[in-house]
Design a protein around this ligand. Sequence first.
Ligand code: HEC
Ligand code: HEC
Ligand code: HEC
Ligand code: HEC
Ligand code: HEC
Ligand code: HEC
Ligand code: HEC
Ligand code: HEC
Length: 465
Amino acid sequence: MKFSPARAGILCLVLLLTLAVASGWAQETRPLKGMVKELVIKRGFTPEALQCIECHSKKSPGIVAGWKDGRMSHAGISCYDCHVVDKSSPMASQCEGLKGTNTFISPMVSSKTCSRCHPTEVDQFLKSGHAKLASKAVMDPSKAGGKLVKLQFHYEGFAKWEGLNLTWNTGTPKGIKPYMLGSRASGCQMCHGTTVELGPDNKPVNNTWPGGVGTRYPDGSVGTCTVCHERHTFSIADARKPEACGACHLGPDHPNIEIYQESKHGQLYAVKGEEWKYDSPPGAWEPGDYLAPTCATCHMSGIGDLHTTHNVQERLKWDLMHKKSVVRSGERGNGEKGGPIMRKVCANCHSATHVKTQEKTLELAVQLYNKYWEGATKMKKELAAKGLLGKDPWNDGFQELEYYLWHHTGRRARQGAAMNAPDYAHWHGFFQVFQVYQDMENIYKQRLKTGKIEEVSTVVSSAPY
Ligand code: HEC
Ligand code: HEC
Ligand code: HEC
Ligand code: HEC
Ligand code: HEC
Ligand code: HEC
Ligand code: HEC
Ligand code: HEC
């Protein structure tokens, strides 16, 4: 369908109706949740907004089609609201259709733009690991003693074998060869986000955009909401499905979508999920609309007397991703509070006995895993004291295995136990945890016996963990 001003008129009418409906929902469902929602709307379509839509429906019909499908277009929110920036913005540029006018745009749109109308969601999001912590892992040279930035360029980027001695304070190392960015740009950055760098025309350079959930924008803002609400439909129904998370939460080191598929919940989603209802209004998506939870149900959505949250830390007790599992605190949330909130989710569908058992199963798995971690740390300390530990952790058999112990096998064991996937808890988890540990122990003993670091160390240890 071509866009026309007459249709714009209809859309403005729809905006009013939608608002009436929205406030109806608010009265029915929000007061129970004890949270005041703010939704700020300032305008419908102006002639300036219409010109973007008209021209782009010819130049980029795919984008306009997605936008038309979404609820926001029906509420009169258009390209203009999200992409137009002040001339003084560091990201300001002009597209072909705007040259010579006073209107400036940016292809980059951060959570700050959304916060004009959705302040609650953005506030919560910014407190979560999905915001600053996510990109820190990829762009901060001080994170993990510089090991991660080194990984992206020195090793994966082939700089080591080119004999290029790169140094970095922030951002992309100076003097780097373009192909050395290939790993960051296609991998880490697309899930985590990195810092967007701009050229003289205010357009992104060094392949630092687009990026993942914690992308840092040139105006200091953080976060890309489209990782779950894909553009340009921005649907909540899609975000409630596990596929919205599975794009990043997968693979050998955090197989959350695989874990879900293996769980009873995922089994029900696979056989019955198509019949479930996903488009209930915010805060009113309850058991009955679905029979088993998706990722969003447990980690984000309102259910029973819990309100929706965009802070994915809010319902977590343990840190199940780092070397040692501890109760979350500080920048990782508040585990003492988070644990009971998660268990409230389960109580909507399970008995108190069942909920307690599952809580205990996770605790036992955490204690068991930590035993291995403590043992590994003890061996490592002893090796270091005797000068039997390689200087470069990415090139030392013992330390490579140590990495697999916590980062791959140990995460699978812990997260499989947390989310009810016996195959990940066991065969991909504890079974391999013990094997890696035993291999580490053998290397440790060998080094103590011979008093030196074995020469083919890394070849021996590059097991398919
Ligand atoms: C609700 C806000 C919103 C609206 C409305 C919106 N966009 Fe976007 N758009 C975004 C976001 C968010 C991104 C991703 C930006 C990022 O990753 O930094 C994006 C990305 C883009 C991109 C670059 C990515 C690509 O695939 O090439 C273009 C071009 C674009 N939008 C055009 C449009 C046009 C044309 C319209 C109107 C039909 C529109 N947008 C409406 C928020 C919006
Ligand atoms: C007369 C046609 C026309 C008009 C009017 C127009 N655009 Fe564009 N726009 C284009 C073309 C052509 C491109 C280049 C498409 C491409 O990059 O392939 C573009 C590119 C863009 C991009 C992507 C820029 C980039 O660097 O990736 C955005 C965002 C955008 N336009 C937004 C808007 C907004 C917002 C408006 C209204 C204020 C608007 N456009 C008005 C034709 C137009
Ligand atoms: C100018 C105000 C405005 C801006 C800017 C804006 N939104 Fe919205 N948004 C709205 C309104 C109004 C609605 C309610 C639409 C309805 O349900 O009728 C809405 C609804 C939504 C929904 C629910 C859609 C559904 O399926 O029910 C999502 C998700 C959303 N917005 C995400 C975003 C994101 C992400 C951004 C930033 C990239 C953004 N919005 C920017 C006004 C805005
Ligand atoms: C674009 C990639 C991406 C998508 C999509 C995504 N995540 Fe994440 N998520 C990450 C990254 C990266 C981290 C690690 C953040 C860090 O460095 O602490 C993370 C961390 C988390 C954490 C731990 C948070 C913390 O602070 O320790 C939870 C829980 C989580 N995600 C749940 C979800 C759920 C549920 C969904 C879907 C509704 C989802 N994620 C979608 C990339 C993503
Ligand atoms: C497929 C998406 C994806 C890719 C690619 C990816 N990560 Fe992650 N990363 C995640 C997710 C999801 C988590 C959260 C894991 C969890 O909760 O167990 C995570 C967790 C982390 C963490 C622990 C969280 C923290 O902030 O301390 C670090 C560090 C990390 N990743 C660094 C990297 C680096 C560096 C790269 C590239 C060399 C990379 N990741 C590639 C998705 C990804
Ligand atoms: C990790 C995935 C994820 C990310 C990232 C995300 N959302 Fe959401 N969002 C969801 C889910 C899931 C829902 C549906 C919650 C429910 O069931 O009510 C939702 C719902 C919404 C709604 C509807 C109102 C509500 O509270 O339910 C708005 C508006 C919204 N998101 C805006 C945003 C904005 C703005 C951002 C960026 C700061 C963002 N979202 C980032 C997953 C995400
Ligand atoms: C039945 C509810 C449930 C479902 C469904 C679920 N999770 Fe979880 N998730 C949990 C529980 C419980 C924990 C551990 C909470 C704690 O720390 O006490 C957890 C932990 C996590 C963590 C670990 C955070 C860390 O410390 O590293 C991530 C990441 C995660 N879930 C992502 C997902 C994703 C992605 C999906 C969907 C593919 C999903 N979850 C489905 C309940 C669920
Ligand atoms: C929306 C309802 C719902 C929620 C919420 C929910 N579950 Fe379930 N769960 C189910 C259903 C349905 C089954 C399948 C029962 C069967 O085996 O027939 C199930 C099965 C399970 C099983 C398989 C073992 C068994 O036979 O009982 C475990 C373990 C489990 N859930 C744990 C949890 C945990 C832990 C939480 C909260 C973090 C949770 N569930 C939240 C509905 C739910």
